[in-house]
Unconditional design. Structure first.
Length: 118
């Protein structure tokens, strides 16, 4: 009788070994994806640094010039947070709020400065 009871538990959904295997596989896939993304970020950082050094040397710019431009770009969304975000933007001409993805003020038509890479 106890074997039937145990068999019923296993058949009734208490055996979660397949789910555990699936969760482990998903976790491994996510870890692999994270490693790939980290590699891409490291590669982009390397290329970004190389480009900056080429531009700096050829145009006689300074790191302060880069930092000032980075601050300008950062403030385009009105928040100094070290990131480019698309969202509400106060038009410098009419003061009304538009979404920065539109590329221009929806009210007065002023063209917003567009980032080089979108």
């Amino acid at each position: 009788m106890s074997m039937m009871w145990m068999g019923g538990l296993m058949a009734g959904g208490w055996d979660r070994s397949n789910e555990v295997v699936q969760v482990r596989e998903q976790a491994q896939n996510q870890q692999q994806r994270i490693k790939e993304l980290e590699h891409h970020v490291a590669r982009l950082s390397l290329l970004n640094q190389a480009l900056w050094e080429l531009i700096r040397d050829r145009l006689s710019l300074s790191d302060a010039d880069l930092q000032a431009k980075a601050n300008d770009v950062d403030m385009r969304d009105g928040v100094q947070d070290g990131a480019v975000t698309h969202g509400p933007l106060q038009c410098p001409q009419c003061g009304r709020i538009s979404n920065s993805r539109h590329g221009k003020c929806l009210y007065c038509g002023l063209e917003f400065e567009k980032p080089a890479m979108e």
